[in-house]
Design a protein around this ligand. Structure first.
Ligand SMILES: Nc1nc2c(ncn2[C@@H]2O[C@H](COP(=O)(O)OP(=O)(O)OP(=O)(O)O)[C@@H](O)[C@H]2O)c(=O)[nH]1
Length: 324
């Protein structure tokens, strides 16, 4: 075998590898005409090399981000350096179907892209090579992990039974609102409320029915709140709400609305109708409140007053307000 024949054989192998490699390879000239279109591109696009060769890429793929790709290629040519784009920056260049069996749920093939300048013997860059990598497995894995993390975060911030904020999360938000009020002198109202004679509900109907009552209470609460309001499950049958930018009369009106709805609609457990009521304590933020804990104590004192006053009522710090 002569050296020439060896070179030819090597060239043939190289061409074979480029044809079959699991990476999309495209060579484009300055007019975006296609000069190389390997097997990967044929298989995933359904367009054969013989059809697309010497033809305008954008004419075959009108969905391509033409302005973006032209700009990228231009800078590669000018700077004579490679450019990379990851699936996180742009999920794909070519809209190919996802063919991976494991990540079959991904809607399309996620791609990383490298654009490489191809320098001729005279040092000029006349062609560029686009390398398209299928990174669907990595992308799907990362996205699943991100979703799981978000779910974990949500679970760690919320109460299982009601979906309201749990006590720790709610207390952090209360602290933040307290600081905001201290700094800007804003109006904010804190409401603590508690289901009346809840022990009797549990004792009479059982804990499962008791849980239904707690869930139903949180549903009524959520359906009466504004987006900015912060509702939490403070304890077993005790709830807490921060109402930012709200006046005392606005807070009392909301409390009374919730109280009346709960008193008027029994919980149907399937075997029993449970009538129940709630008592509410309202404490507006004021200058003399020195800590978030003091704010809670004020609302708690008002709640105690509502219980002492006969339950099923709303009390504002020291001033009881009964509007049944
Ligand atoms: N079903 C159920 N019960 C709970 C839960 N958390 C706390 N409890 C019960 O709630 C009851 C609270 O009882 P108490 O603190 O005496 O209050 P109460 O009976 O509502 O009386 P007043 O508040 O004075 O009207 C206890 O029996 C707890 O076991 C829960 O998540 N589910």
């Amino acid at each position: 075998m002569t050296v020439n024949q060896d070179d030819m054989l090597e060239f043939h192998w190289l061409m074979d590898m480029l044809e079959t490699v699991e990476v999309g390879l495209i060579v484009l000239d300055s007019e975006f005409r296609v000069h190389v279109w390997n097997g990967f591109m044929e298989n995933h696009s359904g367009v054969t090399a013989s059809r697309i060769k010497e033809r305008d890429l954008f004419a075959f793929f009108p969905d391509l981000p033409e302005t973006w790709l032209r700009r990228k290629v231009k800078s590669v040519r000018m700077l004579k350096t490679r450019a990379f784009t990851t699936w996180e920056q742009r999920p794909y260049l070519f809209h190919f179907r996802n063919t991976r069996p494991i990540t079959g749920t991904a809607p399309y093939m996620y791609q990383n892209l490298t654009i490489s300048p191809l320098t001729s013997t005279d040092g000029e860059v006349r062609m560029v090579c686009l390398m398209v990598y299928d990174v669907t497995d990595v992308a799907a894995g990362n996205m699943a992990l991100e979703q799981a993390n978000e779910q974990l975060l949500r679970l760690s911030e919320t109460d299982r039974l009601t979906g309201l904020l749990n006590r720790g999360t709610w207390e952090n938000l209360l602290k933040a609102d307290y600081e905001r009020c201290r700094r800007y002198g804003s109006d904010s109202v804190l409401v603590m409320f508690d289901i009346d004679h809840f022990k009797a509900v549990n004792d009479t109907h059982g804990h499962v029915a008791g849980d239904d009552v707690i869930r139903r209470t949180s549903e009524v609460l959520l359906s009466n709140l504004r987006h900015a309001d912060l509702a939490g499950r403070y304890g077993g049958e005790e709830f807490a709400i921060v109402l930012p930018e709200t006046t005392v009369s606005g807070a009392v009106a909301m409390c009374e609305r919730i109280r009346k709805v709960i008193a008027a609609t029994p919980v149907d457990t399937g075997t029993a109708q449970i009538n129940y009521t709630i008592s509410l304590g309202v404490a507006p933020m004021s200058k003399d409140i020195e800590t978030p804990t003091q704010w809670i104590e004020r609302a708690d004192a008002a709640l105690y007053q509502a219980k002492e006053g006969g339950r099923n009522q709303t009390c504002v710090t020291d001033v009881p307000s009964r509007a049944q």
